[in-house]
Design a protein around this ligand. Structure first.
Ligand code: TXA
Ligand code: MG
Length: 347
């Protein structure tokens, strides 16, 4: 995935949006919650320094309290307010990629309450690259920050439009700011500096190769099921639609789909390659072609999973993405979405 340098651009905001942002900032100052757009997915925000407001996030999301939240800040110069003992390499990444879809896990400062980090001594920080999110942080006040997980119920697909947030959270959230469809569509890349060498905890909007070329050294992927660092995105059953989802290689795609339709199931097949053109004539198979470009595929993935989930198919069959680093975040999310809790005893 090529890196795009994201820039602040507040001039795109309408007067109506500015007014809504002013109202949203007031709600946040009073300890309320506001869902807001970022370039990755929509976030459910609350004032970092207000533990009651943070608790509301956990209640609304029905998220276990030991799963830490990402803290969204407005400027790189605020980094050492919220984190300490920041390695040079973290500063390097922050100044290169922020605002942008990269979260740094660093040692937390005393300004970060326990409620935000689930009691851990580290904190996740990023500057979101969306004009509405940046204007909201500005309106909140100097050196203010927003703790914000993705604005979905725990274990569900992240929202990439304001309408998705409405579906997920309804009136449980005090306000939803609409900033259109998210440009990246998948969550941020999370890189931890907790150990000696940086490690990717979650692949995402920034490609590993882009991080490596800025750092000038290789960056490892952490084992995604590691129990030592609690990342709710690393639970196997994350990002799941209600419809059972299966991933099959291009070669076996139609065989598997036909085997299911032979049992009377309604099946949707989602392809990215031209294998879609060789769709069998079986009327009970529906097929949808996704873009073969990982950036555009990533933008659309969650919205499509949500849409097809509502169409009451018995199975969603997904063509396995290409085995190439530019598809890493997509493959990661699809694998989690295809996790079947009945396959083993994890929950
Ligand atoms: O793109 C994103 O990162 C979006 C937007 C809203 O910024 N946020 C997001 O938040 O995806 P959430 O909470 O849905 O996922 C954040 C992940 C969680 O899996 C959480 O456990 C992990 O980051 N995380 C946060 N702080 C951490 C920490 N101190 N150590 C390890 N993992 C952490
Ligand atoms: Mg999430």
């Amino acid at each position: 995935m090529e890196h795009t340098q994201y820039r602040k651009n507040k001039s795109n905001l309408t007067a109506e949006q500015q007014d809504q942002i002013t109202a949203a900032a007031q709600i946040l100052r009073e300890g309320g919650t506001v869902a807001f757009p970022t370039e990755t997915v929509y976030g459910l925000g609350a004032d970092v320094t207000n533990p009651d407001a943070i608790n509301k996030i956990y209640q609304i999301k029905q998220r276990p309290i030991d799963h830490p939240l990402i803290v969204h800040i407005g400027d790189v110069s605020h980094l050492d307010t919220w984190a300490q003992a920041i390695p040079d390499s973290a500063w390097q990444l922050a100044s290169y990629f922020w605002p942008g879809p990269l979260t740094l896990i660093l040692q937390r400062s005393r300004h970060i309450p326990d409620s935000v980090t689930g009691g851990q001594d580290t904190v996740g920080l990023r500057i979101p690259a969306h004009p509405v999110a940046l204007a909201l942080l500005d309106a909140l006040g100097p050196k203010k920050a927003l703790a914000a997980p993705s604005a979905n119920r725990f274990g569900r697909i992240s929202p990439t439009t304001a309408a998705h947030v409405q579906e997920e959270l309804g009136t449980a959230v005090d306000m939803i700011l609409d900033g259109g469809a998210c440009e990246v569509g998948l969550e941020s890349t999370i890189i931890s500096f907790h150990d000696q060498s940086p490690k990717i905890l979650r692949p995402g909007g920034i490609a590993v190769s882009a991080l490596e070329s800025v750092l000038g050294s290789p960056v490892m992927l952490a084992h995604s099921t590691s129990q030592t660092i609690r990342t709710s995105g690393s639970l196997p059953a994350h990002y799941a639609p209600a419809t059972p989802l299966r991933i099959y290689s291009t070669k076996h795609l139609w065989d598997r789909a036909l085997a299911l339709t032979a049992q009377g199931f309604r099946v949707l097949v989602m392809t990215w390659s031209d294998v879609g053109q060789s769709r069998p004539s079986d009327q009970s198979i529906e097929q949808f072609s996704m873009p073969a470009d990982p950036i555009i595929y990533g933008q659309q993935l969650y919205a499509k999973l949500r849409q097809f989930d509502q169409a009451a198919f018995d199975y969603m069959i997904i063509e396995a993405p290409p085995d190439h680093p530019s598809w890493l975040a997509i493959t990661d999310r699809l694998q989690r979405a295809s996790y079947n809790p009945f396959d083993n005893n994890q929950n």
